[in-house]
Design a protein around this ligand. Structure first.
Ligand code: ZN
Length: 411
């Protein structure tokens, strides 16, 4: 599948520090130490609706990681999927009376435009579930050969008991796992399962649903096996970071890790990183609640995408926070002031700001700390007190590349 167009990235004259990241599976910060290109997999959208601010928050978080690695001198191999066949997509297509393929293509295209506008670096491999069905079948066969699958009617289930490391990614207790499994697409109460937490890897054909031939009968892939197969194919085992929103900690990332661990005997990823949830009107932004703020709607209202990006950068990626219109208007003003300060050419000393921005981003992607350093520079530059004694004649030329390369702000 085609990704979106890559923005240019200026080359920085300085190298950033090694990147430290919070890892869900250990509960603490770990220093990422890529051997060869840094390998990153981030779970993509199920394309049945437009990109909302919660999505943008997640993809910008991992864009910061991508950029921090590049600043530190690494090449990055980034892979993202598109779940272009799954229950929510089929349900929405039926509800609105459009072909599911058409709906998926339309919403994926809108997502590409949103990502481009927000200057998110595209993945090297942007991979759909449908085009990956042969990979999924191959991985299911490996799991089946190891005896970790069983059948309930025409569906194939993965037995979590086959994975000795099950639970080590999320570190949740069983009660929490059961709750999230029920809330997030699982079927703990289905009769015939060996363990309520076992998840489907191949869903047998249903009437009025698309299906594909396989050695296990006609059907379609489960969601977790899809990401496991795509990541395994394009990144191999033990890649550097598996990323996504915090609602993917369990079951999705736990199951992906389990599938690959059992099929290959190797760990899935070295670290698991999760972005917080964005609320609106007091509740987590979600399709089921209908409290969504769409990136495309803001763009259509002539909001500068760099202001949207700055509003998101104001929050640490791991926190849960609430989107408000005030946040956006403040970011619009801040971008205008930043442009005004940069247009002066000279200003307050910029080299320490560059160091602080790179250090903040390498320390668990601390974008609020990075943007605070920029705010201080804007204030010092636009203020008149004492600047003449301490003016940096190349301040704009020094700052512009780091704003773009490290924070994705092109001004
Ligand atoms: Zn995924």
């Amino acid at each position: 599948m085609r990704a979106w167009n890559a923005p240019g990235i200026p080359v920085l004259p300085v190298t950033g520090p090694p990147v430290v990241l919070h890892d869900t599976s250990t509960g603490g910060k770990v220093e990422t130490s890529p051997e060869g290109p840094a390998r990153l997999y981030v779970c993509g959208i199920t394309p049945y609706d437009a990109t909302h601010i919660g999505h943008a928050n997640t993809y910008i978080a991992f864009d910061l990681l991508n950029r921090a690695w590049r600043s530190a001198g690494h090449d990055v191999r980034y892979v993202q999927n598109v779940t272009d066949v799954d229950d929510p997509l089929l349900e929405r297509a039926t509800k609105v009376g459009v072909d599911w393929v058409e709906l998926a293509e339309r919403e994926t295209e809108l997502f590409r435009h949103d990502m481009e506008a927000l200057r998110v670096l595209p993945p090297a491999e942007y991979v759909g579930a449908v085009e990956s069905i042969p990979l999924v079948i191959e991985l299911i066969q490996r799991l089946d050969a190891g005896g970790s699958l069983y059948r309930v009617d025409t569906d194939l289930y993965f037995s979590v008991a086959a994975d000795p490391a099950f639970g080590e990614e999320s570190r949740y207790d069983r009660e929490t796992m059961l709750r999230f499994f029920a809330e997030r697409g699982g079927d703990p109460d289905r009769p015939g399962k060996k363990d309520p937490l076992d998840c489907v890897v191949w869903r047998g054909e249903r009437e009025d649903e698309p299906s594909w031939d396989s050695p296990f009968g006609k059907g379609r892939p489960g969601w977790h096996i899809e990401c496991a197969a795509i990541a395994l194919q394009h990144l191999g085992t033990g890649f550097d970071v598996q990323g996504g929103g915090s609602d993917l900690v369990f079951p999705h990332h736990e199951m992906c890790a389990g599938h690959v661990q059992v099929a290959t005997g190797e760990p899935f990823a070295k670290a698991y990183s999760h972005a917080g949830m964005v609320a609106y009107d007091g509740q987590k932004m979600s399709k089921s609640l209908g409290n969504l703020v769409f990136v495309s709607a803001l763009r259509n209202s002539d909001i500068d995408p760099m202001a949207i990006r700055l509003a998101l950068l104001r929050h640490h990626y791991r926190t849960d926070w609430e989107w408000t219109d005030d946040l956006l208007w403040t970011a619009v003003d801040d971008i205008a002031n930043l442009r005004r300060a940069l247009a002066l050419g000279d200003g307050a000393p910029a080299a320490p700001v560059v160091q602080e921005v790179l250090a903040a981003l390498a320390d668990d992607l601390d974008a609020p700390r990075a943007t605070a350093a920029i705010d201080a520079w804007v204030k010092a530059t636009l203020g008149t007190d004492g600047l003449a004694d301490n003016s940096d004649t190349e301040a704009s030329m020094t700052l512009l590349p780091v704003l773009d390369a490290a924070l994705g702000l092109s001004l």
